[in-house]
Design a protein around this ligand. Structure first.
Ligand code: TTP
Ligand code: MG
Ligand code: MG
Length: 422
């Protein structure tokens, strides 16, 4: 089968959060700037190249970053502004590109295969990049090559403020001298394992037999081997604002119990937000729907900054419901839906929250992953029968409770979790 060579662009904004801050305050230009959690327990989300020169990098503890670069200007971050600029860039790309995928808050893949017949792909990408920079004011870089992996690696090499073309026949030559770190899949552990075997470059990695990589690292080893050879058939998946996750409840008996409905929204949002975090997604739009007993149906939606935290989503859903529920009439159905989904983890807006809050989410999600999505819930989202059912259940389990289970039961008994950030 003859496979047509694809033309895939990967675009990623340069020091995204920092660049947005610089748009809003030009005094930050040319200075070491760090965005992240302000407390000593916070971490670095984004940092300028001036700060990187001191060894600061993203995900580094803030305390360490401050120690490395004491003159850095540290900013708490403004997810609202970043979400707006992220959308602005997506809108420009959506207008121009035939197929595009929004891969995270600041990056997109574009499949522009076939464009060469008209302009030449490089010219087309160059013009798009210029347009993004002019209209958004933000610096962005891109790589253009034959698949997502090579293009993403190329973007990394093009940064800051650059563009790189890696044609089909140059892929191997481009990859070979690069550090194995540049392969997106290689995390710290794999990196050190391979380094301990004396493997430093992608070229050397490519010489290891496929079978050996597989026995060394399992399925991941095979995927890494393929990437080292510039092989990646993954398609660019068209991004849709409308792709969504949602939940609906039809009542056996229609209701007007507003407090009960608030609790129900809490429970529904909590479950959906957990699903977001489990799938490493963020939402940027909440839609609430109600249907009255006469089948009149009303919906209302609101755009919000990207998040997967229930304590931010619950008030939005409840407020939309309050605005929707205007008639003193029985309700037969309510629903809530999250759309405008992108890949991303909650750490993205770490700076908004105390690290205690984030640790609480991590701990609770761990319980849910182990014992199921209903293992633990906000007290305000629990209906009475739910509570009784769960209490009975936890008593059954008391014979040999695992430590986590015991903790869960203790929490349930003491109802300490009633006070979670309500
Ligand atoms: P990146 O594109 O990884 O980083 P960047 O845009 O800051 O820098 P670069 O020029 O190298 O692309 O991430 C995009 C934004 O996502 C970043 O500005 C902040 C946020 N982010 C976090 O909040 N936490 C993280 O650990 C990472 C990697 C990013
Ligand atoms: Mg970036
Ligand atoms: Mg990025």
């Amino acid at each position: 089968m003859v496979q047509m060579t694809r033309s895939i662009v990967h675009m990623d904004l340069d020091t995204f959060f920092v660049s947005v801050e610089r748009l809003m305050n030009s005094k930050l230009m040319g200075k070491p700037v760090i965005i992240g959690g302000m407390s000593d327990r916070g971490v670095v989300s984004s940092c300028s190249y001036e700060a990187r020169r001191f060894g600061v990098h993203s995900a580094m503890p803030m305390k360490m970053a401050r120690a490395l670069c004491s003159e850095a200007i540290v900013i708490r971050g403004d997810m609202d502004a970043y979400s707006r600029y992220s959308r602005m860039v997506t809108d420009i790309i959506a207008e121009q590109a035939p197929v595009y995928e929004k891969a995270s808050i600041d990056e997109h893949y574009l499949d522009i295969t076939g464009m060469d017949r008209f302009f030449g792909c490089m010219q087309w990408s160059h013009e798009l990049r210029q347009r993004i920079m002019k209209e958004s004011g933000l610096p962005i870089s891109y790589g253009l090559s034959v698949n997502k992996t090579v293009s993403k690696i190329a973007t990394g090499e093009a940064k800051p403020n650059g563009e790189i073309l890696v044609p089909d026949r140059q892929v191997q030559g481009f990859l070979s001298p690069l550090s194995i770190r540049k392969i997106p899949m290689i995390g710290n552990r794999t990196f050190h394992l391979l380094r301990s075997m004396g493997i430093a470059t992608i070229g050397t990695l490519g010489q290891i037999p496929m079978e050996m990589m597989e026995s060394l690292l399992g399925k991941n080893g095979l995927a890494i081997w393929k990437k080292a050879h510039g092989i990646d058939p993954a398609p660019v998946r068209q991004y849709s604002e409308r792709k969504s996750i949602g939940s609906e409840r039809t009542f056996q008996r229609d209701t007007m119990d507003v407090a009960g409905l608030h609790d129900l929204f809490t429970a529904m949002v909590e479950k959906l937000a957990f699903q977001l975090r489990r799938e490493e997604k963020l939402t940027s739009c909440v839609t609430v729907r109600i249907r009255y007993s006469n089948f009149d149906t009303h919906t209302l939606q609101r755009r919000i900054p990207y998040t997967s935290f229930d304590h931010l989503l619950i008030p939005v859903a409840r407020e939309l419901f309050d605005r929707l529920y205007q008639r003193r009439m029985l309700i037969r159905l309510v629903g809530v839906r999250f759309s405008g989904l992108i890949r991303g983890v909650q750490q993205l807006n770490l700076f908004e929250d105390t690290s205690e809050m984030v640790h609480l989410y991590l701990a609770v999600d761990m319980l849910r992953k182990r014992y199921g999505p209903d293992a633990i819930k906000r007290a305000s989202g629990i209906q009475l029968h739910d509570l009784e059912e769960r209490t009975a259940h936890s008593q059954e389990q008391q014979a040999h409770p695992a430590p986590e289970r015991r903790q869960q039961i203790d929490n349930l008994k003491s109802r300490r979790w009633r006070y979670w950030y309500r």
